[in-house]
Ligand binder design. Structure first.
Ligand code: NDP
Length: 305
């Protein structure tokens, strides 16, 4: 029987693991399908205090190493289901069929990439359609790519891609970005980035590889065809909560509701931290803080604080 099982290995989950390990709880972390979470796919982090600029994958590798050296055990599996027994024990079923039992659980599963839901998107995934410039950008040296979205992720991806591609078309459905000012300036000032406002992509076309996209002007409905070699979709994320079932309360968008500024959820013994929580500021530094809070709340619940 574990004292605490942490589901997710991004900044929230691993910070929680570091705190819980240092309190002697010997936490078990279930990494999920993407060990290290979304940040492993971020080219550069410039706003985490203490690191003026650090590669996302390096940053998460350091955090993982630190949590293990503090005494956390990491299991590289996903969680399929969580159940609570009448004895107040949580049974956590993993994708390899193993069940782990624990007195408390911290959910820190973050969020996954949203899809556009247009023809060609899934068919041409890994054939030119990507959700990760850090992973796939180097394949587009000297080529033309499109980035879809108007938030920090889209602008960051577009700027990163200019290291490789000759032309980066940044398509946004409105006429102003959602991203931070500093990112807007960097994107607008980059001669390789061509911003197409009020533009949505209605179709991605290709056979064995992406060949072109069909763009619609949101005002007039006018259609144009843009030849590109790659399409990077960066339109936000949705919470990873499918495995939880109806054991917790969620907000309208499926994020976990927590209570009174704590990490406590509607189910006693289950805590939540990071991007998966309703109203969370989706930033690594915030997720790390939330992970620490979840560990402290779990320690109180377990009677070790
Ligand atoms: P956001 O939700 O901030 O932005 C999503 C963008 O995609 C919006 O511009 C939105 O348009 C657009 N969009 C959404 N759905 C569609 C659609 N179906 N078709 C076309 N466009 C669509 O997500 P991000 O992933 O960019 O960022 C998530 C969070 O992470 C934010 O809080 C962000 O600040 C943070 N972040 C911070 C970074 C940093 O270094 N500081 C780096 C990356 C992310 P519209 O604006 O019209 O809604």
């Amino acid at each position: 029987m574990e004292q605490i099982v942490i589901v997710g290995s991004g900044p929230a989950g691993l910070t929680c693991a570091i705190y819980a390990a240092r309190s002697g709880l010997s936490p078990t972390v279930i990494s999920g399908e993407e060990p290290g979470g979304q940040l492993t796919k971020t080219s550069v982090i410039e706003n985490f205090p203490g690191f003026r600029s650090i590669d996302g994958a390096d940053f998460m590798a350091k955090m993982m190493e630190q949590s293990e050296s503090c005494g956390a055990k990491i299991i590289f599996e996903s969680v399929k289901k969580i159940e609570k027994t009448k004895d107040e024990v949580f049974l956590i079923l993993l994708s390899d069929g193993v069940t782990v039992s624990s007195r408390s659980v911290v959910i820190a599963t973050g969020a996954s990439h949203k899809k556009l839901g247009i023809p060609g998107e899934l068919e041409l995934s890994n054939k030119g359609v990507s959700w990760c410039a850090t992973c796939d950008g180097p394949m587009y040296r000297g080529k033309r790519v499109a980035v879809i979205g108007g938030g920090n992720s889209a602008l960051m991806e577009a700027i990163f891609l200019t290291q490789f591609a000759d032309d980066v078309f940044l398509l946004h459905r409105r006429d102003s970005f959602r991203a931070d000012n500093i990112m807007c300036h960097r994107a607008s000032d980059n001669p390789k980035i061509h911003i197409l406002w009020n533009s949505v992509v209605s179709r991605i076309v290709g056979d064995s590889k992406v060949r072109e996209i069909v763009i619609e002007d949101v005002n007039g409905g006018e259609k144009t065809v843009l030849p590109v070699n790659g399409v990077f979709i960066a339109i936000g994320t949705r919470p990873v909560t499918e495995f939880i079932g109806d054991i917790l309360d969620f907000d309208d968008e499926g994020y976990i509701k927590t209570q009174n500024g704590s990490a406590e959820t509607s189910c006693r013994g289950i805590f939540a931290a990071g991007d998966v929580v309703s109203g969370s500021l989706k930033q690594a530094v915030y997720a790390a803080g939330a992970g620490a809070l979840a560990a402290c709340n779990a320690e109180e619940f377990l009677g070790v604080r």
